[in-house]
Write a new protein. Sequence first.
Length: 153
Amino acid sequence: MRVLTKAYLSRSRLLLWAKYSASSVIATVVSQLAFALCYWFGTAAIVASLVAWVSGAVPNYVLNRRWTWGRSGQKLPYTIIVVGSAVMAAVVTSVTDHLVQPLESHAWQTVLVTGSYLATYAVLFIVKFVLFDRLVFAKTVSDPVEVRTPVAT
């Protein structure tokens, strides 16, 4: 019986991870596109990061809340986590933008700065999953607990 419980938990965790990953992919595509377009058209890296963050944060929260975890999360921890991520991305892209200025090709500048934006969120991917799972969308004491009736033998 214990093996079945572990298998169920493993399957449910795997499904949770898959849903989180799919939500993140959708948000990443949206935010990467927003960042690349803003930066390509001359927007400062820090502003492009902010626009991209807003573009990706909204669908990411909605998908994680309704689909991945299936419940409303703690808004303050969520806000702190995503704003912290946005600040890190803005710092990384601004530094990268400064470093690529000697390059003459605007296309290469865009590729490298956009790549730094993506790399920042790739590094934060697992950290954010753990924080979302343990802090933002954690089950509370008031959540209904599944009650099992013993089977008569």
